[in-house]
Design a protein around this ligand. Structure first.
Ligand SMILES: NC(=O)C1=CN([C@@H]2O[C@H](COP(=O)(O)OP(=O)(O)OC[C@H]3O[C@@H](n4cnc5c(N)ncnc54)[C@H](OP(=O)(O)O)[C@@H]3O)[C@@H](O)[C@H]2O)C=CC1
Ligand SMILES: CC(C)(CO)C(=O)C(=O)O
Length: 314
């Protein structure tokens, strides 16, 4: 650890937070974590990470429990909780924020920065998109299966020193980074994949990519829903080439059969990021008067399912 490196606090050190925390630890930063259910396990054993990148396991510099009082505020606060309707992410990070703390979001979905930007107008935001396959396999235990690239930029646009300095640290820790001037456009681009695939995998009971694409009519359904996302993005001012549909399908076929993060949440009985990944896209479609019948059908069906699940849990 080096005194000239920025201090890092990960709020929500699950699969993503633990992994990218390990990368920054490897780059020489002091990395602390805020945990909820896995607090005891991490205090006892640290964070254990199985990865082809080598031994990434580490003991965080401080392990806090949600609700603790911080000893100091961090240079970068990295928020990696799931984006869920019942979770006020701004209130979650408020106790840990200092005047000069930069906020980093490594979370899926569209329009997920706004609530944070409104709550902390004076703190810069670096918004990141993770292209990685990583999951929790036990309390404080993570399996990094593949990939790891981050696309990142200043929110709402541009590239500032906060993004550049953080990118350099991730690169030093061994991760490929693409800095972007248009992070919102990049969110749309990622949603081109996540918005059709993630919710459909849940509707299909936790299906992997091969099952989705190889079932009769599956690829056609994905193509139609991707076209709908493309039309909404264009109406919102983020046009993308229609070639991306073929590219996404071909790229997905090249990967080994893969269960996305929403499929894993479904299988593990956790809440799913339905609004962040699908509901916000449908809401923007409605604002612009773009018809998205397939996306809307999927959204309503999954809302019914979430409602039933909530009623069963009561
Ligand atoms: N996993 C992946 O491969 C990918 C994930 N993503 C995105 O990254 C984001 C994070 O996903 P992922 O890491 O997989 O999710 P996880 O469920 O593994 O991690 C979320 C973590 O947040 C914690 N948390 C929730 N609420 C609180 C709280 N109040 N205080 C402290 N900790 C809290 C959870 O703890 P608890 O156990 O108590 O609930 C959990 O440890 C999501 O937006 C996801 O879509 C993007 C690309 C790939
Ligand atoms: C793109 C992908 C599939 C992995 O990076 C993802 O975002 C997810 O699992 O939700």
């Amino acid at each position: 650890m080096s005194a000239d490196k920025p201090s890092i606090l990960i709020v929500g050190a699950g699969a993503i937070g633990s992994f990218y925390g390990a990368i920054l630890k490897r780059a020489g930063c002091a990395v602390s974590v805020v945990l909820r259910s896995e607090y005891e396990a991490v205090v006892e054993n640290g964070i254990l990470i199985e990865s082809d990148l080598g031994d990434l396991s580490y003991r965080p510099d401080h392990v806090y429990r949600d609700g603790d009082t911080p000893e100091s505020t961090p240079d970068y606060l990295i928020l990696c909780v799931k984006v869920l309707p019942g979770v006020d992410r701004a209130e979650l990070i408020r106790p840990w924020m200092g005047d000069n703390t930069r906020i980093v979001l490594i979370e899926n979905g569209l329009d997920i920065e706004r609530a944070i930007a409104d709550a902390f107008p004076a703190n810069p935001i670096v918004s990141c998109l993770a292209f990685i396959a990583v999951s929790r396999v036990g309390p404080g235990q993570v399996h990094h299966k593949a990939y790891g690239r981050l696309v990142m930029g200043r929110y709402p646009e541009g590239i500032d020193d906060n993004a550049r300095d953080l990118a350099d640290l991730f690169i030093e820790g061994g991760i490929k980074i693409d800095l972007t001037e248009q992070v919102v456009g990049e969110r749309w681009r990622k949603c081109l994949w996540n918005t059709p695939f993630n919710p459909l995998s849940v509707l299909a009971g936790g299906a992997d990519t091969a099952t989705i694409l190889d079932t009769e009519g599956g690829e056609d359904l994905i193509r139609t829903m991707t076209e709908e996302v493309l039309a909404v993005a264009e109406a919102d001012g983020y046009p993308m080439s229609a070639d991306l549909i073929d590219k996404n399908i071909a790229g997905t076929r090249k990967m080994p059969p893969y269960k996305n993060s929403m499929a894993l949440d479904h299988i593990n009985g956790r809440p799913i990021e339905l609004d962040a990944v699908l509901g916000n896209v449908v809401a923007i479609a409605d604002q612009h008067g773009v018809a998205v019948p397939h996306l809307k059908t999927m959204l309503v069906a999954l809302r019914m399912r979430e409602k039933l699940k909530a009623a069963e849990g009561q």
